[in-house]
Design a binder for this molecule. Sequence first.
Ligand SMILES: Cc1cc2nc3c(=O)[nH]c(=O)nc-3n(C[C@H](O)[C@H](O)[C@H](O)COP(=O)(O)O)c2cc1C
Length: 404
Amino acid sequence: MTNIFTPLTLKNGTTIKNRFVKAALSETLGNKQYQPTDELIALYQKWAQGGTGLLITGNVMVDLNARGEFGNIVVDRNQDLTLLKKWSQAATANDTKIFMQLNHPGKQSPKTISKYPVAPSAVPMSGSNAFAFNSPRALEHSEIKQIINKFIEAAAIAKETGFSGVEIHAAHGYLLNQFLSPHDNRRNDEYGGSLENRMRILTEIYTGIRQKVGSEFPIALKINSSDFRPDGFSEKDSLTVIQKMDQLGIDLIEISGGNYENPKMQGIGKGAFFIDYAKKIKQTISTPIIVTGGFNTANGMEKAINNNETDFIGLARPLVMIPDLPNQLKWGNFTSVRLHHLTTGSKKLDKKVGSLIGLSFYQQQMLRIAENKKIQNTTNAWGALLFSLKHQGISALMPQRDKE
Ligand SMILES: Cc1cc2nc3c(=O)[nH]c(=O)nc-3n(C[C@H](O)[C@H](O)[C@H](O)COP(=O)(O)O)c2cc1C
């Protein structure tokens, strides 16, 4: 019988040694040249030793001029590739696989980084954090082609530098999600309008990458089950895109949901958020799936695999709190992990910077893992806030995503 430690071989022949996947976490551990630091490499060494079968990197940007956050890694042909090789080497120890997550932020790039952000259409960000983003301009048709090429080139670099695969990030309100969403995409050329047109950038990126890297290099996709807004990318749309990508030959599909305006992907203590949706799509496709978001007990993870509700368990925050969670579970030492609501002690202030703290706290802990320091089990948000201020200066207090 299949269990959480049963290996799984993807369509292209790559075997993942067990069913644990570290979901992408933007580590913000890039240096000033947007290259991996020693700390980033050390962090992946720890995760590889911790027993997870597949590590997905935090989002790596495909364009030097379009970054989403302080500390992003960017892949670019003109840069020295040595550090990327070191990163993949550290992460593939212990028979672990590492996929590079490829992303372009589109308009979800804050003022502190982008003076002139681009998007499918000139639709500004909405919501309480909109003040932190400049209004985007619509991409020219030729610029869309250039972005597609950047994704393809980035995947080729990932392969050359020893990564085991790539994941295309089409979730959480970034550029490809913006194209998929009728709210954000009001184009009337071949990249907008019908769902077939709205997904064209994604299918062209996928087929372009496939052509470049061949059939043996895994390509995964992270996609929302829905944007959870009435005029956004719906569950029905999501199902259609997933089925199309399945037909085209994608190797792995990760299900998440929401965006930073409506961050359904980051609840606390509500169980696996997207499992019902996953069960539904599993019946209609042959591609293995990862469900990410909300897993926090050994029982819940094991049940989801044993009952064939998902093929892989995606874990983000739990693998920060317990980097060797799979090993701990194997040895019978893991039953559950608790994620805390962090607070400054002031409800008013929490409302303003609450979810920013959520991100900063995990970024702070990732650096601590790299530095061999103990994870802090705390509900006090001040440490995380001061950490961000120290590393990013005052701009840390400006939201970097739609809703933080
Ligand atoms: C600090 C932080 C950074 C994140 N960065 C990314 C990212 O770069 N790419 C991505 O697809 N998701 C990112 N996520 C979302 C996670 O991959 C995941 O979908 C979410 O945290 C829910 O999973 P969990 O309940 O296991 O934490 C991030 C989440 C956190 C907390």
